[in-house]
Design a binder for this molecule. Structure first.
Ligand code: FMN
Length: 218
């Protein structure tokens, strides 16, 4: 982030529309618009603009939300990485519906995405796993994500165990219990804050592999 962007971040905070609204024509593709908004968020100076809330439902219909990092997006969908044994992954195994939420407060923008998940290929997960620093790779082995800790030392002990186990290996092996989920969107809604709470909501729905769009009252 350069100085100008830092200043823009400070000056626009809470003061309404920071960047002009895009024109939405019938040809506008929501992924292109997502890409524009994501780039605006990256340029705005927001810390971790790629962080998003993901919501899943457990088998009792109880919704659960937590933050993860968006690592890739393209016409095939939005990808995040996690432990496949975690609560979120177990919930997604039982019910592949998910909702994602981005909020970029400086820009007064929100994006809601709904869709269905599938696992990324083992090759893709492996490639991403090995792009991470060694500490995070060992952390993935050490964490039994979402399980109850049996003692406060358990996590450190497990980290020490895997550090030692892999000490002589140039490359940490890929853990098959860890990988990506790809979200294929069927609904994407762009929300832009406007004066007097007359906000813009532009919604895209996918039917028969074709996106249509409409606006909602704020
Ligand atoms: C900003 C932020 C980014 C995070 N990114 C990830 C991530 O990419 N993957 C992940 O598994 N957990 C991530 N976490 C931790 C999750 O929010 C969550 O605590 C963890 O995945 C366990 O969730 P679960 O028990 O519901 O499965 C992140 C947390 C924060 C605050």
């Amino acid at each position: 982030m350069n100085l100008l962007e830092k200043l823009k971040c400070l000056l626009t905070f809470g003061q309404g529309v920071a960047l002009p609204l895009p024109d939405i024509s019938s040809e506008t593709d929501p992924l292109t618009l997502f890409d524009q908004w994501f780039n605006d968020a990256q340029k705005s100076g927001i810390l971790l603009p790629e962080s998003m809330s993901i919501s899943t439902c457990d088998t009792n219909g109880q919704p659960r939300s937590r933050m993860v990092l968006l690592k890739e997006y393209n016409t095939d969908g939005f990808v995040f990485y996690t432990n496949y044994g975690s609560s979120k992954s177990q919930e997604l195994e039982a019910n592949n519906k998910i909702s994602l939420l981005f909020h970029w407060n400086v820009l007064q923008r929100q994006i809601r995405i709904e869709g269905e998940v599938s696992k990324t290929s083992a090759e893709q997960s492996k490639r991403y796993f090995h792009s991470r620093d060694r500490g995070s790779q060992i952390g993935a082995w050490a964490s039994k994500q979402s399980s109850i800790l049996t003692s406060s030392a358990e996590l450190k002990d497990r980290e020490a165990f895997y550090k030692k186990k892999f000490a002589n290996l140039p490359e940490i092996p890929y853990p098959e219990f860890w990988g990506g989920w790809q979200v294929k969107p069927s609904y994407i809604e762009f929300w832009q804050g406007r004066a007097s709470r007359l906000h813009d909501r532009i919604c895209f729905e996918k039917h028969n592999n074709k996106w249509t769009h409409f606006k909602r009252h704020p």
